[in-house]
Structures are given as C-alpha cells and as structure tokens.
Ligand binder design. Structure first.
Ligand code: DX5
Ligand code: ZN
Length: 555
C-alpha cells in the first residue's frame, strides 16, 4: 500500500490544531510532548492501526499504549480525527466529568491504558502482547515511551522481558525529543554519550552521538532509528517492524519537543503549559504554514539520475520532484514510468511525479505502479471525466492527487467540485518544458486571484510553486500561499544541494516569521507583537525575529 502522504499530513495538522484548542481552553496540559509524537501517532492512526471507532472493544483490534500518558491531548486529538468521538469533545479536556482527562483513562472508549505513572506502559504492553500469543490472536501492540520516562528502571525490566519471551508482536517508539519535565534529558540522566559542556539544545542534530539505540540493541531488541517527524520514515519503520520475527522492535524516533510551533520547539518550558488564547490565531497560522522542498532532478545530470537522487537524500529534501515530459505536451522528452520504477528503490522520500504528458488518463496506472506518492496531471489535457477517473484511481491507491495549471491557464470551472479533495495544486510559474527559466512575475497576481477561488471551493490541499523559484523570490511566493517549492536550477543546479535546500528553508522561515508578526499586529497591535517575540526564548530566534519586526517598522 502506498504512503497516502497528504492524507496523513492533513490528519496530523488537524490533530495538532485540536491540541492547541483543547489545552488553551483547559488552561493546562502538555503540548510539547503531544507535538513531538504527532507524526508517529498520525501515521499509526491514519494507516497502520487496526481499529473500529464504532466498536472500541473489538477483540482483534491493535492496541496502542501511550506510556508517556501526560501527552494525552496528542492521543485524544488523533482519536477525534479518526472518529472515536466528536472533535468538540476535546473542548472538555481536563474538565470535571469529562472522559478526556489530563492523562488517558480507560473511561474513554478506545483508550487502552491509564498512562501517566511513567515507566509502566512498556511492561503492560509486554503483558498484552503475550496475551495475544496465548489467545492465538494476531493483533499488534504499539507503545510510545518517552525519553525522560526511560530513567525508570522498570523500562529496562520490560526490555529484558520482551526480548526473553520473543515478543515480536510488540513495536515500541521512543519519542526521543531530548527534553523531560524540567530540562534536557542529557542534563538530568543522559541516554546518549556524556555531553558535558555541550550546547545541548544543538547536540541532537549530531547523529554520531546517538547511543540510545545501542542500549536497546544490547537488550536484544530489533532497533530502527528514524527522523521522527518524517512520515515516510515512520511508515517504513512500522512496516519493517511488523515483518521482523522473533524479537520486539524499538523505533528510536529523533523528534523535537513542541514541533511545528517555533517558540515551543526544543523549549523545556512547553513540557506542561498551555498557550494563551490571544496567541492561538497566530499559532494556527503557523501550523498552516508548514512547507516542503521538492528538488527537480531534471535540472541535474540526466545521464546519472541515480546520483541526483542521492544528492536529494543527503540534502534532506522533503520530496523528489520528477518531471515527466513526453515530447508532445511539451517539446522536450525526459523519462517515463520505467525510469521512476528504476529509481524507486533508492529512497523512501516521497516521489512527486509531475506528468507533463498528453492523455494522462491512459498512463496514470503505470505511474502508480512505478511507486509515485503524489501524481500531478495537467488541466490542459484533462476534462471533468478523465480527471474524475484519475482522481478516483489515485485515491483508491493511496496516492496523493495533484492538478497543475500552466501560466496561461485559469483553474477550469469543472475542476471546482474536485477542489476539496485535491491534495496538491501546481501553479506553474514558467511555461513547462525545461528547467532554468525565469519566474513569470504575473504569477503573484494569479495566486491572489486563485486563493479566493480556492477558499470559496474549500480547497484543503497544498499549493506547489514550480518554475523559476529561487532564493530571491521564494519568500514572496510563500507569502502568496505556496507551501511546496520545486527547485531545479536553484537546488539541483547548485554544487551543494544540502546548502541550497537549507538556504531555501531559511528564506521561507524568514518570510513566515514576518507573516506571523503581521498577524500579531493585525489582531493585537504592538503589545501582541512584543508578546509574540518574547515567547521565542531558545537560541537566536528572539534576536532574529526582533530584527524582522524592526524592518517591518513594528518596533
Ligand atoms: C518545468 C518543470 C519544473 C522545472 C523546475 O517544466 O516542471 O519542475 O524543472 O526547474 P527550475 O526550478 O529551474 O525552473
Ligand atoms: Zn515540475
């Protein structure tokens, strides 16, 4: 089964917003640890867990044990997204009489474990996984433990037990966000190598120092180490864990506490504190402003595309943008699905296949089979019926649906009815056909027009900017509403792809910070601008944001 990338992303976003709403209304709760595990839970609930919200006690359901129970808002929000209860029930978080308390409780149908007494969830999980074996059931147990929680001796007792009894129907995740209640884990009780004198808020970025995996390996576990906010890595790790026999699996997930909200990220303060209601609109805008970088490999050496893929991997691209040209829809020819199939085993990074071909309806199946995660077809060569067919086929195959318009094409009226379920809209900012062309300035005005149509017709996907995107214009393209950025010449055409991608990200981040400051000013004037700046206390963020506010004339 393919990744269903955008659907998972959308569910994760919804869940994060619910966490913000619920903890704000409650005036307390644990957003930091809810956000560090957001992608893990999103991926489990959207794709891997077997469950039935109408029948929470279904015997054959998989069991999800949230051992780090304080992150309950993260669990409840996902349960709401998949239909265990109404999203509005999250408004009762931590209130008297609510099923949704500060820690998960069995009173709430679908909750498997009263988490909160840290250290106990893994032992409980070993028990229910063994019970499945005794009862000849084939359900799987997934457990999330925290890194602060790993200070508890009972975690290691459970580790020994699970290995001894070969509990291979248990997959645990370590939410390795490097922060526990009061401070960085490495200051309280190091799990990695001794790190005295380091800037600990920076150290997690250096993979050579991660030793936690060795501990679990030495206890006899199958260990998989991943970047815990990358949906495709989580997905692949779960798949691998489920096929590993004879040993339990630990997925060490390197995460960021408070992930997605800059002032919460990597800040121990946000372990257990709720946002103030006046900043919530700014936070929600920030959550809506996550972005992806998609290098286009045709801008590189067409005779060694394998090598271009490797450069994208080491540059930590979010997607790999694959420009398929057939020599008919556009004059050039690049490659077709056979090449994509050949490249597929090189990486699990989502393949973003942009089909610049005639009659895509006749070929789309081949591109699904080749392993594309997102497939985009052009408005100029589809109509209501052929696009409808493509749309349904992609959805059935868990492939994200993309629709593209050329610079001279307006969104056709027949496409409006598909807008709520289209995952990605490519707005071409060059005449398609080759990389290295200049961005067409009129695209900014087009985006403004488009935004109102998209809003009116409930588009909930992501806009991808394709053509002539570079460091000079990416900030304004982001401000126009684009959230995915294709980079041919400006990324793959550069010597160091990693630096090019990093620079792209930095420019978008700067633009995003400005937009958030504008929002703060719009709803709360200068006081809210100052409050927003004041929230950013980790590292250099505050100074950088101050500078942007000064340039904007706010302070
Ligand atoms: C244009 C393609 C683009 C292009 C991007 O036909 O769809 O993806 O290769 O390259 P740059 O960023 O160089 O315009
Ligand atoms: Zn493209």
């Amino acid at each position: 089964m393919r990744l269903n990338y955008y659907q998972i992303k959308k569910n994760i976003l919804r869940a994060r917003k619910l966490v913000v709403k619920a903890t704000t209304l409650a005036g307390s709760g644990h957003p930091g640890g809810s956000f560090s595990m957001a992608e893990i839970l999103g991926c489990l609930f959207s794709k891997h867990l077997k469950f039935d919200p109408q029948n929470p006690q279904w015997e054959d359901r998989d069991r999800l044990v949230l051992s780090k129970g304080h992150a309950a808002p993260g669990l409840f929000s996902n349960m709401a997204v998949v239909g265990y209860f109404q999203e509005s029930e999250l408004d009762t978080l931590r209130k008297f009489g609510s099923r949704l308390q500060g820690h998960p409780d069995l009173k709430c149908p679908g909750v498997e474990f009263c988490g909160g007494s840290l250290g106990t969830g893994l032992s409980y999980s070993v028990g229910i996984a063994l019970a499945a074996k005794l009862d000849s059931k084939d359900y799987h147990v997934y457990t999330i433990i925290g890194d602060g929680e790993s200070d508890e001796g009972q975690i290691w007792e459970a580790a020994m037990t699970a290995a001894k009894y070969k509990v291979d129907n248990l997959t645990a995740f370590l939410d390795r966000n490097f922060i526990q209640q009061d401070s960085y884990t490495e200051q309280v009780m190091p799990l990695d190598e001794k790190l005295e004198g380091d800037d600990i808020s920076e150290m997690w970025k250096d993979a050579s120092r991660w030793k936690t995996g060795d501990k679990w390996r030495s206890f006899g576990w199958n260990v998989i180490e991943i970047a815990g906010h990358r949906v495709e890595q989580i997905d692949a790790a779960i798949t691998k864990a489920n096929t590993t026999k004879g040993v339990p699996t630990m997925i060490i997930s390197r995460t960021v506490k408070g992930k997605s909200i800059e002032h919460m990220e990597d800040n121990p303060e946000w372990h257990g504190k709720a946002p103030d209601s006046d900043v919530v609109p700014i936070i929600n805008l920030e959550l809506d402003s996550q972005f992806m970088i998609a290098p286009s490999i045709i801008a590189g050496d067409m005779t060694h595309l394998e090598n271009e893929i490797k450069r994208c991997i080491s540059g930590r691209a979010n997607y790999i943008h694959l420009d398929v040209m057939d020599g008919q829809f556009v004059p050039n020819k690049t490659f077709d699905h056979t090449k994509i199939k050949e490249l597929r085993p090189l990486t699990i990074i989502p393949f973003d296949s942009h089909l610049m071909i005639n009659e895509p309806v006749k070929h789309v199946r081949d591109y699904i089979d080749a392993g594309s995660d997102i497939i985009t077809v052009h408005a100029e060569v589809t109509d209501e019926f052929s696009f409808g067919e493509i749309h349904d086929l992609l959805k059935q195959n868990q492939v994200s649906v993309g629709f593209a318009i050329n610079p001279d094409t307006e969104l056709p009226e027949w496409s409006y009815k598909f807008l709520p379920t289209i995952d990605q809209l490519i707005v071409m900012s060059v005449v398609p056909g080759k990389s290295g062309q200049k961005y067409i300035e009129g695209t900014h005005a087009k985006m403004a027009r488009l935004n109102s149509v998209l809003k009116e017709h409930h588009f909930s996907g992501y806009i991808e900017a394709d053509g002539g995107v570079n460091l000079e214009n990416i900030g304004s393209i982001f401000a126009d509403g684009a959230r995915v950025f294709v980079g041919g010449g400006a990324i793959i055409g550069q010597q160091d792809v990693r630096i090019a991608i990093r620079d792209f990200r930095d420019m978008v981040l700067k633009s995003r910070r400005r937009i958030l400051l504008d929002k703060a000013y719009e709803i709360g004037g200068i006081d809210l601008v100052n409050k927003w700046i004041g929230l950013h206390v980790v590292g250099e963020k505050q100074e950088q944001i101050k500078k942007i506010a000064q340039e904007a004339g706010y302070i």
